[in-house]
Design a protein around this ligand. Structure first.
Ligand code: ADP
Ligand code: MG
Length: 486
């Protein structure tokens, strides 16, 4: 296997070619959206003395890359340029408002520089993770296991909501008494981007905090499978099983990945039994409920049910806003409230996409040196967020109508018959009928618990007024503009 240190001399390579190769690897390791946002705008400037200089559009880009992609960049630079390799940023800066020519400053990154005694040896090939995960410290009986937990995914920044209450509290209970609750295994399941990986890591982190002596191991099922295949090849299946049987807490992420892989399921079955009998904790995540996991052996499925299966549901509007607020705080960014609300209203079913949209928005604004406004948010949502159901929601319509006419949204949702509220409510019903696929009954339920006949009446009233009252038609036109996302 070619290793990083033996790669060909780097001086002859052209900086653009090198950066292109880096981009190839980056593409495989980050989401399409992140790639477009953070790497597509980056240019390679030069290569000298093992230092590759890349130009980034703003200080913000530089900071973001350093904070979020430094690990990846480090590996790639090392692979391309050898152990001497370094990366330097050149930031395009706006000198002042009158000067449209950007100038660049150099930011050397000490981070990217190789450290001789780095603790964890990096795999030469990114796609292959080392199977010899544990390293045994001579003279110590206890085997040290690198837990592979993502320290950014803690309970502290996991927002609680109705959508995750059971799963979160079960996870919390497991963290204080791993193996000692009836939640063993704890199976967390739910759709993509709803926080399974985050919660699974939070449990691991919390266990390490409460029980520093316990060994915790987080492993995606995909990696587990790769390791197993590798072990079969190397005739070391026994080592493989023994290693896994040694841990106190085993967290397997995306266990649905094992579906249809009989041999891997088989070895996992034995590991599971061993751990369970020994009173060790097993935490699993899956994007499907156990009953829907086709291709999974019955005996495994029945074991999954021994403990607790807790699902993660789509978060409510309030939870989505709270998650965005928390994320902004963590990243040290600040967006206008209306923008945050707009994002939370528009993206409802996937927290990863929601966060991704927010970050893209900031990147966009930094790239074009424009302030983040509601308009920019609307444009960006169109461009960047694909495949997201973006039918305007009744909630959003109510909010826009209330902002426009002033009655508090609680009143609009209440049964009150005050005239100014009644009219706003009718207009909200009219737009809900026009712009969503909701049934009349559902619209009524959202608007003060009215029945379908009331909604129908509201739509007729609004239509009539629109034909006869010019000012009223003006209101509707305004609102329609505000409501249409395009
Ligand atoms: P899954 O594994 O279910 O696909 P992740 O755990 O990767 O989802 O979550 C996607 C993103 O959403 C992550 O950035 C995660 O931090 C964030 N996230 C999910 N749920 C929450 C929550 N309750 N509070 C804060 N952030 C969350
Ligand atoms: Mg996940």
């Amino acid at each position: 296997m070619p290793s990083a240190t033996t790669s060909a001399p780097t001086m002859k390579k052209d900086h653009e070619k090198i950066w292109d190769r880096c981009l190839e690897v980056i593409k495989d390791n980050v989401s399409e959206q992140s790639f477009r946002t953070w790497f597509a705008p980056v240019k390679a400037l030069r290569l000298a003395d093992h230092v590759l200089t890349i130009q980034v559009p703003s200080q913000f880009f530089y900071e973001w890359l350093e904070e979020h992609y430094i690990g990846l960049l480090k590996k790639i630079i090392r692979k391309e340029l050898g152990t001497e390799g370094r990366l330097e940023y050149s930031i395009i800066m706006e000198n002042n408002a009158h000067n449209s020519h950007p100038y660049t400053v150099k930011v050397p990154t000490s981070n990217v520089r190789e450290t001789r005694n780095s603790a964890v040896p990096l795999p030469a090939d990114l796609s292959q993770s080392p199977i010899k995960n544990p390293f045994i410290i001579p003279g110590l009986k206890k085997v040290m296991i690198e837990s592979n937990l993502n320290k950014n995914y803690s309970f502290d920044n996991y927002i609680e909501g109705d959508c995750n209450r059971l799963a979160r509290s079960a996870g919390y209970a497991v963290s204080s008494k791993p193996g000692g609750t009836s939640f063993n295994p704890l199976l967390l399941f739910g759709g993509v981007g709803l926080g399974k990986t985050h919660l699974a890591n939070a449990i691991g982190i919390e266990i390490k905090k409460n029980h520093p002596d316990k060994s915790v191991l987080y492993v995606p099922a995909e990696k587990f499978t790769q390791q197993f295949i590798e072990a079969v090849k190397n005739n070391s299946v026994n080592d493989f099983s023994q290693f896994y049987q040694m841990v106190d807490v085993l967290i397997i992420d995306d266990v649905q990945f094992l579906a249809g892989k009989e041999k891997t399921q088989d070895v996992f079955f034995h590991i599971f039994n061993h751990l369970h009998q020994a009173g060790r904790q097993v935490v699993l995540t899956s994007d499907k409920a156990p009953v829907e996991m086709a291709g999974m052996e019955q005996r495994l499925l029945s074991r999954f049910k021994w403990g607790l299966s807790a699902d993660l549901q789509t978060p409510s509007l309030e939870t989505r806003i709270a998650i965005l607020d928390k994320k902004m705080y963590a990243e040290g960014i600040d967006l206008p409230k209306e923008v945050v609300e707009y994002l939370a209203y528009s993206i409802t079913t996937n927290i990863r996409e929601l966060e991704g949209a927010m970050i893209s928005l900031i990147a966009q604004s930094s790239l074009n040196k424009k302030a983040v406004t509601l308009d920019l948010a609307k444009q960006m949502i169109d461009k960047f967020v694909k495949n997201t159901a973006r039918e305007v929601s009744i909630d959003y319509i109510q909010k826009v109508v209330c902002d426009y006419f002033d009655p508090p949204i609680e009143l609009l949702k209440s049964k009150t018959r005050k005239r100014e509220v009644v009219q706003a409510r009718q207009i909200a019903m009219y737009f809900a009928k026009k712009m969503t696929k909701s049934s009349l009954a559902n619209i009524g339920a959202h608007c003060g618990g009215k029945d379908h006949a009331t909604v129908l009446h509201a739509c007729r009233t609004v239509n009539n007024l629109q034909e006869t009252d010019k000012q009223f038609r003006g209101y509707l036109d305004d609102l329609e503009k505000k409501l249409s996302i395009h």
